[in-house]
Design a binder for this molecule. Structure first.
Ligand SMILES: [Zn+2]
Length: 430
C-alpha cells in the first residue's frame, strides 16, 4: 500500500509520464489536476543542442471523471527554443501522445474511452459529451480520430467469399427532405460491414472493390443482390467469376410492393380516391402482405370477403396469388426446379389478362431468373446485409440522422464493421 501523499496522487491520476503539480477544487467547477510532463530537457530537433525552456502554456484537456466529478487535466506545456544562434528552428512546444493526441482538446485515455462508448456500445455523442462535461464537437472529433484509425486496420477483414451490396438511406436533408443514399458493402457470410460508400450508383462500390486488388477479388465466390441493376453491373465487372444470387428477402419484397401498387390502383379506380379506413381494399392491406400460412381460417375468410367487396375484376387477387407463388419458390432448395418454376411463373404473368403490376413483377422475375434460382444452390442471402443495415439504423436512431457522411461512415463501421476492439489501446489516432 502506498502512503506517500505525492505517490498516492500519482497513482490516482494514473498517467505514466507526468508529475502532479497540484489539484484545484472549486465549488461547482470540474476538478483540475495540474500536471507536467516528466522528461529530460529535449534537444533541438534540427541541430541537437540542448534546448532552453522559454515559457509554459497551460493547456486544459477534458479527462475522464474521477470519483463522480468532472475532471480536467491542466498540462503545463513547456515551450522550448534553440539556444544556437545560427539554428533556424526557433521555438516549439513539447508533445506527448501518452498524455494527449495532437490537435484534440482531451486526454488520450478520454479519446479511447469515447471511441468505445460511442462506437462499440452505440451511445450518442451528446450523451457522452454530457458525461464528460464538454461539447459535442470535442467528442465527435475524438471519435473520428481514433475510430478511423481503428477501422482502417488492415486486419479488420481478410478473404471474403460472399459479398453483398445494399442501399441505405443515410439522411434526408433540406426543405424538400432530399434523400441521400449510401451503399453498404458486406461480407454476407460473416455478417460484417466492410465499408460504406456514398450514393447508390455503381461507381462507389466499383471503385472500392477495384481498390482491394485482383487477388482479393478472385476469392469472392458469391455475390448477393437486391434486384438492383447498377449493383449487378458492379459484380459483373469486378467479380465476374462469382455466382450472382438474388436475395429472397428482396424478391418477396418486390412481389409485395407490386401487390400494394395493384391494390391502390384498383381502389382508386373503384372509389375515386385513396384508401380510407372503411374501404374494403384498404382494410385488406395488411392481410394481403401477410404470408398465407400465417393467416388463420378467420383471417383468410376475412381477406377473401374484403376482396369480393373491393376487387370486382379479381386483379388484386391475381397479384396476391402471384406473390404467394413467389414466396413458394423458397419452400424447397432444388435449383433446377426453381429455374423452371420462375421461367413458367414469369411467362404466365405476361398474359395480357394479368394486371399490369403482376406483369411487371413477371418481367423482373424473368430478368433475374438465374440469380433467383442460384439461391437454391448457394444458400447465401443478403440476410446478414440486412442485419448490418439494421445495426446501422440503430446507430442512425441514436444520432437522429447524420448530416455528414464521414460521421455516418465511422459510426456504422465501428458498430457493424467488427473492428478488433483489443487494438483500441494501441492504435495511433489520425
Ligand atoms: Zn537548433
Amino acid at each position: 500500500m502506498e502512503s506517500n501523499p505525492i505517490r498516492m496522487c500519482e497513482l490516482l491520476v494514473g498517467l505514466p509520464a507526468v508529475t502532479i503539480l497540484g489539484v484545484e477544487s472549486r465549488e461547482g467547477e470540474p476538478l483540475r489536476v495540474h500536471v507536467e510532463r516528466v522528461a529530460a530537457n529535449d534537444g533541438c530537433p534540427v541541430c541537437g543542442v540542448v534546448a532552453r525552456v522559454k515559457d509554459r502554456r497551460h493547456v486544459e484537456l477534458i479527462d475522464l471523471p474521477s470519483f463522480g466529478r468532472l475532471t480536467r487535466l491542466v498540462w503545463h506545456k513547456r515551450r522550448f527554443c534553440c539556444p544556437e544562434p545560427t539554428c533556424p528552428h526557433g521555438s516549439w512546444t513539447e508533445h506527448d501522445p501518452l498524455i494527449a493526441p495532437r490537435r484534440l482538446r482531451l486526454s488520450d485515455r478520454a479519446g479511447r474511452w469515447i471511441t468505445e462508448q460511442v462506437g462499440r456500445c452505440g451511445r450518442s455523442v451528446s450523451e457522452v459529451a454530457k458525461e464528460l462535461g464538454c461539447d459535442w464537437h470535442t467528442v465527435n472529433d475524438a471519435l473520428l480520430a481514433y475510430g478511423e484509425a481503428l477501422v482502417a486496420h488492415e486486419g479488420r477483414f481478410g478473404v471474403v467469399e460472399a459479398l453483398g451490396l445494399d442501399e441505405v438511406l443515410f439522411v434526408r436533408e433540406g426543405e424538400y427532405r432530399r434523400q441521400h443514399f449510401s451503399t453498404s458493402i458486406v461480407d454476407v457470410e460473416r455478417g460484417q460491414l466492410l465499408d460504406v460508400v456514398p450514393g447508390r450508383s455503381g461507381a462507389g462500390p466499383t471503385q472500392w472493390l477495384l481498390a482491394r486488388g485482383e487477388p482479393w477479388l478472385a476469392q469472392v465466390r458469391y455475390a448477393t443482390l437486391d434486384l438492383s441493376g447498377p449493383y449487378r453491373s458492379v459484380f459483373t465487372k469486378t467479380v465476374p467469376q462469382a455466382t450472382q444470387v438474388a436475395d429472397p428477402f428482396h424478391v418477396v419484397k418486390l412481389a409485395n410492393l407490386k401487390l400494394d401498387e395493384c391494390r391502390r390502383r384498383v381502389q382508386n379506380e373503384l372509389v375515386g380516391h385513396r384508401g380510407r379506413k372503411d374501404d374494403p381494399l384498404y382494410r385488406a392491406r395488411r392481410l394481403l402482405t401477410k404470408a398465407d400460412e400465417r393467416l388463420n381460417d378467420h383471417g383468410r375468410e376475412k381477406l377473401m370477403g374484403l376482396l369480393n367487396a373491393g376487387d370486382p375484376k379479381g386483379e388484386v387477387f391475381a397479384t396476391w396469388r402471384a406473390k404467394e407463388l413467389v414466396r413458394g419458390l423458397y419452400d424447397h432448395d432444388d435449383a433446377a426446379l426453381a429455374l423452371q418454376f420462375v421461367q413458367r411463373l414469369g411467362n404466365d404473368l405476361q398474359d395480357p389478362e394479368v394486371p399490369e403490376e403482376a406483369q411487371s413483377l413477371g418481367r423482373t422475375l424473368l430478368r433475374w431468373k438465374h440469380q433467383i434460382a442460384a439461391w437454391h444452390q448457394a444458400h447465401v442471402t443478403n440476410g446478414p446485409t440486412e442485419a448490418a443495415n439494421n445495426l446501422i439504423k440503430r446507430v442512425k436512431r441514436v444520432a437522429f440522422g447524420f448530416r455528414s457522411f464521414r460521421n455516418y461512415r465511422i459510426r456504422a463501421l465501428l458498430y457493424a464493421g467488427k473492428p478488433n476492439w483489443s487494438l483500441l489501446a494501441t492504435i495511433t489516432p489520425r
